[in-house]
Structure formats: C-alpha cells, structure tokens
Design a protein around this ligand. Structure first.
Ligand code: NAD
Ligand code: TYD
Length: 342
C-alpha cells in the first residue's frame, strides 16, 4: 500500500507521517510538500532514512510534477493536508489560499482520476461551518450543519470541500472528507495560539489575546486527529464527511492563563489587543457519526495534552527557536506591531 501525504512537513501532516510509519510498517509513505514558511524538513529528519519513506518537494498546484510523481509511485491512497492554514494570513492575503487550497486540491483529484486510486481523503476543518453563538452551549456542528464561512481561509477550505464532493458525484472519485476542530501538540507552528503563547511566555514577552479572549475552540490532541484519519481512509464510507473533535471546549483566555500557570509566568504578561476581523466566536464538534460508525473517540484529555505539549516545546527549543529567529520575525512585527492594546 502506498500512501501520499501532502503537506507532510507541516504540523498535522508530519504527525500523520509518524503515525502511519509506526502503525503500518508494510506501507510506503510518500510525503509531498512545497516547503512554504510552514513546512519544515527538519521535522521529518527522524524518518528521512526509513526505506518506507520518501520526501518530494512539490507544489500541489504543479500539475506536471504531481502527474510525474503519480506515475512513479502509483499511490493507493492520497491524504491531502497541504494548505495555507492560518486565518490571520488569509485576512492579509487571500489569493494564495484560493490557489493552494482550492486549485491544488483540483490538481490532486485530477491526478487521482487519471491514474486511479482507492481513496482520496481531504483534510478539512470545522471552520467551514462558521461559528456558534456563545449563549447556545447546546448547539454543536454536525455533518449536516450548513456551510457558512467567515474568513478567506475557511471559505477556501469550504470551496475545496464542495469540489471534492462534486468529483465524487460527477466522476465517482472515491473520496472522504474529515472536518476537524483545532489541533494542538508537537510541531505546531508558532504563529498559532498555543505555541505562540508558550514561546512568548518563555521569553517573558506580551501574550497578545485578541478581543476579550472569550472565543471558544474545541481542542483536539493531534495524535487523536491522526487516528481518526487512519480510521476514515481504511473503514470510512466513500462520499461521506466525518466531523472530528471531542467536547474539549476552552475559552482562549483560559488557555493562556493555563499556559502561564504551567510555565510559572505571571498573568500580567497577558495583553488584550485589537480583535481579529470577522473573528468566529465558538467552534464545537458533535463527533457522534465517527464514534458510531468507526468507533473513534479522543484519547487525550486537554489537561494531559497541554502538559505534554508544553513539555515538548521545552524539550525541543531548537525546533521552534530556529523558526522564530528567521523570516517569522517580519511576520510577527507586521501582524502584532500595529495591533493596538485595548
Ligand atoms: P501547516 O500550515 O502547519 O502545514 C501545511 C503544510 O502544507 C506545510 O508543510 C506547507 O509547506 C505545505 N504546503 C502549503 N502549500 C503547499 C502547496 N501548494 N503544495 C504542497 N505543500 C504545501 O498546517 P496544519 O495545521 O498542519 O494543517 C494541515 C491541514 O489540516 C490543513 O489542510 C488545514 O486546513 C487542516 N486543519 C488544521 C487544523 C489545525 O488546528 N491546525 C484543524 C483542522 C483542519
Ligand atoms: P488560531 O490558533 O489562529 O486558530 P483558529 O483561528 O484557526 O481557531 O487561533 C485560535 C484562537 O486564538 C482564535 O480565537 C484566535 C485567538 N488568538 C489570539 O487571541 N491571539 C493570537 O495571537 C492568536 C494567534 C490567536
């Protein structure tokens, strides 16, 4: 069995590469990644010499290169993680989001049609459902919740999801889609909430909380997401969407305070800054379908997962210090330099 993992040098893709190589020693795993600012080849160094692993530096929008790799490797399964993934960047520059997230998905699926595959799996997000109000804790996203996006990022992911379903209906491409809530864990790029707060707290820098910090996200430990995708590509029904998440709702401000506590840093580092434009209030997944059909449940509780994650960032400073010492500094200055304190 040969599995293509696109975006495998990023946060979730890399964790998925490790998960698959550990779980299926007989599988060949081929990682395709453009190595954008978010892709990091050093993350994959532990598996680079594994004879069952190959890395190919490829843009999923590059049709010629993608077709060539399909001809060479003849994948059975394609799991598409490759994407521009940061909402704040999508607000600054939507175009690359549309290119990679929609047109890149199209190129991959065209290759799947041309060369034939057993399964194309699209890694999507709960953000395609928009947000839920804070005063309705009884509401959750199910697979039938209407698509109702807020940001250029979530719109590009929703566009891709619609295209994936269209390729199933029109060309009978054997597809599945997973829509997962916010992940956290090792190798999370330091522009995202949890690693950004850990890195800033360790440097005694301000912790920039958007708005009042009351927005709620449903956090899932990354390994639980990888197990869900593993189950879906092997046992999930073609043409189906599966929501992945696990009743782990937390307010942003509570997470930031928890990180301060775990690191022994004062809450006085917390700085309330101008809110994100179009900021979604609450995400919350109803995972009944994946639980009933595939037996999936999250295994890591947030209280344990956040401790493991903080320990990983303490033990692997070189990984993220290298990132934040480079081009990332320009990004940080641009994003946070003009963000007034409120
Ligand atoms: P990430 O930004 O950490 O990694 C994305 C990877 O894709 C990087 O390695 C990057 O180099 C690569 N990439 C970007 N453009 C590419 C292109 N044109 N061709 C080839 N490779 C390209 O993202 P992540 O957090 O690991 O997210 C992975 C996927 O999961 C995304 O599709 C995202 O929408 C989805 N998702 C993420 C979360 C989350 O909380 N992080 C939650 C739900 C769904
Ligand atoms: P993020 O990690 O960007 O994920 P997403 O927007 O996809 O949910 O942000 C998580 C939450 O944290 C979101 O409500 C925005 C908020 N946030 C901050 O308050 N400050 C920050 O510096 C960042 C990056 C995010």
């Amino acid at each position: 069995m040969t599995v293509f993992v696109t975006g495998g040098a990023g946060f979730i893709g890399a964790n998925f590469v490790f998960h698959m190589l550990n779980t299926y020693p007989g599988y060949r795993i081929v990682c395709l990644d453009k190595l954008t600012y978010a892709g990091n080849l050093s993350t994959l160094s532990p598996v680079m010499d594994n004879p069952n692993f190959r890395f190919a530096k490829i843009d999923i929008c590059d049709r010629e290169a993608i077709y060539k790799l399909f001809e060479e490797e003849k994948p059975d399964i394609v799991v598409n993680f490759a994407a521009e993934s940061h909402v704040d960047r999508s607000i600054e520059n939507p175009e690359i989001f549309l290119q990679t997230n929609i047109l890149g998905t199209q190129v991959l699926m065209d290759a799947c049609r041309k060369y034939g595959i057993q399964r194309y799996h699209q890694v999507s997000t709960d953000e395609v459902y928009g947000d839920l109000p804070l005063d309705r804790p009884d509401l959750f996203f199910t697979e039938t919740t209407p698509i109702h996006t807020s940001s250029p990022y979530s719109s590009s992911k929703a566009g891709a999801d619609l295209l994936v379903m269209a390729y199933n209906r029109t060309y009978e491409l054997p597809v599945t889609i997973s829509r997962c809530s916010n992940n956290y864990g090792p190798y999370h790029f330091p522009e995202k909430l949890i690693p950004l707060m850990i890195a800033n707290a360790l440097a005694d820098k301000p912790l920039p909380v958007y708005g009042e910090g009351l927005n709620v996200r449903d956090w899932l430990y990354v390994e639980d997401h990888c197990r869900a995708i593993d189950l879906i590509i092997h046992n999930g029904k073609v043409g189906e969407v599966y929501n992945v998440g696990g009743h782990n709702e937390m307010k942003n401000i509570d997470i930031v305070k928890l990180i301060c506590k775990e690191l022994g840093k004062p809450e006085s580092l917390i700085t309330y800054v101008t809110d994100r434009k179009g900021h979604d209030m609450r995400y919350a997944i109803d995972p009944t379908k994946i639980h009933n059909e595939l037996g999936w449940l999250p295994e890591t509780k947030f209280a344990d997962g956040i401790k493991k994650t903080i320990k990983w960032y303490l033990d692997n400073k070189e990984w993220w210090e290298t990132i934040i010492s480079g081009e990332y500094q320009n990004y940080y200055e641009k994003m946070y330099g003009n963000r007034a304190e409120v």
